[in-house]
Every structure is written in structure tokens, then in C-alpha cells.
Design a protein around this ligand. Structure first.
Ligand code: RFL
Ligand code: PHB
Length: 386
């Protein structure tokens, strides 16, 4: 068995890479350990930078995104019982779009299969030979070897690619809280996202469609979901979003719930020999800045360009530059996500001094155009080359 690029992992990074390579005439095989229904249903990201929607649209998988995606021009920071709008588009000229990761994955799987792509579900990568190169995987109880020119490690944080980089250096932060996320069949109570900082903890009101809301609550890192019946979740959300002028949160049936730990993590370098890491396999950000999926898309956009150059001209210049080019952008997103997270969450260990600094910082972000622009520029996403 042989292909040009073996791709470990069929999340957004692996699927988009396979699609972009196909458009440039480069063959790949995607090996995904889970089944198709599972990857298409896994609830995760929702907020896309303009650069991400541009990549999807320009590569011909933006049709449903254009029809169903909700374009946003601002967001709200809510604290001290009042909302403060950050006018993202006025400050940056850019927009962001709400379109769920589940839908991007469905669009990419459908398109790869329609184009005759080789996407194997239930295929678990066991080992990667980075010099050869080849990938060993198990499917239907049998072990196979896939020979290739290059391997793309797109198998997420718990995959086998990152450990295949010898001497990999890692940098990380754990946070003393997690997010309890719900999906609910109820029209959103807001047109734009609300990031709320309350003494009881952070809360986020996001959405998926005119009839489906997505909400998150800061909880303890080891929080037990069983302790959160629907009524408690809604009461807690209502308390954290409450305003002095009596804003109301609509409630409805909860259709999905989960607890997500919060972590910052970077692996360097993102390449060893013929193996290239991309997406969550190489880096994790806490979700407060909405950067994880967007970083995965920018990584594979750069990787597709580098592989295209390699196959077109034989030059490995862009492949050699790949890790450093990604890491510049990754560290900017790491800083922004850390900053948004510490700005908006209650650190149980923070003393009065730290809490007053945090409040002063929030007041500054909503009263200084320079500070608001810093948030807006990072939130809407910096240019790919930057
Ligand atoms: P994924 O999506 O984890 O996909 C990796 C795939 O690899 C498979 N796999 C293997 N396959 C074969 N062999 C093995 N040995 C394998 N081991 C693993 C897995 O089954 C999986 O299918 O990584 P990828 O493609 O890099 O994509 C990254 C994004 O999923 C992630 O960064 C975002 O979801 C993060 N994120 C957000 N990002 C945003 O840009 N905007 C947001 O609004 C946003 N909100 C979020 C988020 C993540 C969240 N959670 C649950 C972590 C909100 C939440 C709650
Ligand atoms: C989401 O809609 O799931 C979402 C939006 C913004 C974030 C995180 C998650 O910062």
C-alpha cells in the first residue's frame, strides 16, 4: 500500500489537508480511528475567523457555510451587571462566522468521498516511521503498513504523532477550572456572543442557529456532570448573565452536555524528518479565545502550500520553514487565549489585589479603543503570513 501523503487523524485538520492536497493533484490517505458518525457528531468549536472561512470558500467547500453560517460584527463583554459591546468589524474591518465544527467535518467528509478520496474510518494509527516514511495502522482487526513520502500528524492531542518526534519540547499551563458546555433546543437569547465575568465564575452564550443555543459555564476541573441537572445549569447561567436592567435568558431542553478541561500546550518543533504535526496534535489553547480550530486550519493551509511547492518544483524550502512559520502564529494565539482566559475567569486562588487588577483590566478593554482593538485584532485573526 502506498500514497504520497499519509494523514493520521480525520478531524478538521486531517480532512482539510487531504482536500487541499487533492485540489493540487497530490494523493493522500486519511486514517481515522473513530467511525464517521462519531467524528461528525463530536460537539466542539463554533467560531471561525475570516481567514478560516476564506480558506473553506476558496477551496470549494463553503457552499453550506455561506448559506447557514452566521456572520458576526461584534461581541459583548458582560461584567458588573452591564454589557459592553466590542465592535469587531469597526475596529478591524474583519468579521467572524458562527458555523459549527461538526458541520465543517460533515462538509469535508462528503466532499472527499464525492471526489473519490481515500478516508478510512475505524483505522487506528499505531506507529509512524518518520525516516521511511510509513505508517502502521489497525483496521478490522488486521495490521497494515502504508508507505508514503510524507506523514501529516493530525491526530489531535491524544494521538501517536507527537510522541514520534524525538526530543520534542513541550510547554504547558493547566488552569484551575474547566468548562461545562451545553447544546440546547432554544432560540439564542442574544444576536452576538456574550462573554460574561461574574464573581460566581465565567459564562459564555454562543449559538449554533436561530433555534439552537450553545452555552458554557466555568466549573471546577474535576466537576461531576451528574451534579448538574438541567435546572441547576440554567439557574447558574441566569445568575452569571444577570444585568441591572433585567436581561432574560431563554431556557429549553438540553440535548448535549460535557465538561472540557482547560489547557495551554505547545510542542516544538512541529516537524521531524518526514513527519509534520498540525492542529491539536501540536498545540492546545483554552477555548476562551476561539482559536483551536482556526489554528488547525492555518497549519494545514501552510502545510498544503509547502507540499505543493515540493511536488511542483522539488524544493523543500517551504517544508523547511513550516514549523517556524506555524509556531509564530501559534504563540500569538497562545498568548491571546491565555489573556482572554485570565481576564474573564475567576481564579479560586486570586486574592483581593488580583481581583481588582482583573476588574481594572476589563474596564480598560471596554473604555479604551486601543485596548478594544487589541482584543478585536486577535479575536478576528491575524493574517496568515503575519
Ligand atoms: P481533532 O478534532 O482532535 O481531530 C483529531 C482526530 O484524530 C483522531 N485520532 C486518531 N486517528 C487515527 N489514529 C490514531 N492513533 C488517532 N488518535 C486520534 C481522533 O479521533 C480525531 O478525529 O484535532 P484537529 O483536527 O487538529 O482539530 C482541532 C479542533 O478540533 C480543536 O482545536 C477545536 O475544537 C478547539 N475549539 C475551538 N476552536 C475554535 O477555533 N473556535 C472555537 O469556538 C472553539 N471552541 C473548541 C471549542 C474545543 C472545545 N473542546 C471540546 C475541546 C469549544 C470546546 C468545548
Ligand atoms: C462555541 O460556539 O462553541 C464557542 C464560541 C466561542 C468560544 C468558544 C466556543 O470562545
Amino acid at each position: 500500500m502506498r500514497t504520497q501523503v499519509a494523514i493520521a487523524g480525520g478531524g478538521p485538520a486531517g480532512l482539510l489537508l487531504s482536500h487541499l492536497l487533492h485540489l493540487r493533484g497530490i494523493a493522500s490517505v486519511v486514517l481515522e480511528s473513530r467511525d464517521r458518525a462519531y467524528v461528525e457528531r463530536r460537539q466542539r468549536a463554533g467560531m471561525l475567523e475570516q481567514g478560516t472561512t476564506d480558506v473553506l470558500r476558496e477551496s470549494g467547500v463553503g457552499e453550506r457555510l455561506d448559506r447557514e453560517g452566521l456572520v458576526h460584527h461584534g461581541l459583548e463583554l458582560r461584567f458588573g451587571g452591564a454589557g459592553h459591546r466590542v465592535p469587531l468589524t469597526d475596529l478591524t474591518g474583519r468579521t467572524v462566522t458562527v458555523y459549527a465544527q461538526t458541520e465543517i467535518v460533515k462538509d469535508l467528509v462528503a466532499r472527499r468521498l464525492a471526489d473519490g478520496g481515500d478516508v478510512r474510518f475505524g483505522a487506528e494509527v499505531l506507529a509512524i516511521d518518520t525516516a521511511g516514511a510509513s505508517v502502521t495502522f489497525r483496521q478490522d482487526g488486521r495490521v497494515h503498513t502504508l508507505e508514503c513520502d510524507y506523514v501529516a500528524g493530525c491526530d489531535g492531542f491524544h494521538g501517536v504523532s507527537r510522541p514520534a518526534v524525538p526530543g520534542v519540547r513541550t510547554f504547558s499551563r493547566d488552569y484551575p477550572f474547566a468548562w461545562l458546555g451545553i447544546l440546547a433546543d432554544v432560540p439564542p437569547s442574544t444576536d452576538e456572543l456574550i462573554y460574561a465575568m461574574h464573581e460566581r465564575g465565567f459564562a459564555l452564550h454562543s449559538l449554533r442557529s436561530p433555534t439552537v443555543s450553545r452555552l458554557y459555564l466555568q466549573v471546577a476541573p474535576d466537576e461531576d456532570l451528574a451534579a448538574w441537572p438541567d435546572a441547576r445549569i440554567w439557574d447558574e447561567l441566569a445568575a452569571r448573565f444577570a444585568t441591572a436592567d433585567g436581561w432574560e435568558l431563554r431556557r429549553g431542553p438540553v440535548t448535549d452536555r460535557s465538561v472540557t478541561p482547560m489547557r495551554s500546550f505547545v510542542a516544538e518543533p512541529m516537524r521531524h524528518d518526514r513527519l509534520f504535526l498540525a492542529g491539536d496534535a501540536a498545540h492546545i489553547v483554552p477555548p476562551t479565545g476561539a482559536k483551536g480550530l482556526n489554528l488547525a486550519v492555518s497549519d494545514v493551509t501552510l502545510l498544503a502550500r509547502a507540499l505543493t511547492e515540493r511536488y511542483a518544483s522539488g524544493s523543500e524550502g517551504l517544508l523547511d520553514a513550516y514549523s517556524a512559520a506555524c509556531l509564530r502564529r501559534v504563540w500569538r494565539a497562545e498568548h491571546f487565549s491565555y489573556w482572554m482566559t485570565t481576564l474573564l475567569h475567576v481564579d479560586p486562588a486570586a486574592d483581593g489585589f488580583a481581583r481588582r487588577l482583573q476588574r481594572s483590566h476589563l474596564d480598560y478593554v471596554v473604555s479604551s479603543e486601543a485596548a478594544a482593538r487589541t482584543l478585536a485584532e486577535n479575536y478576528t485573526g491575524l493574517p496568515l503570513e503575519g
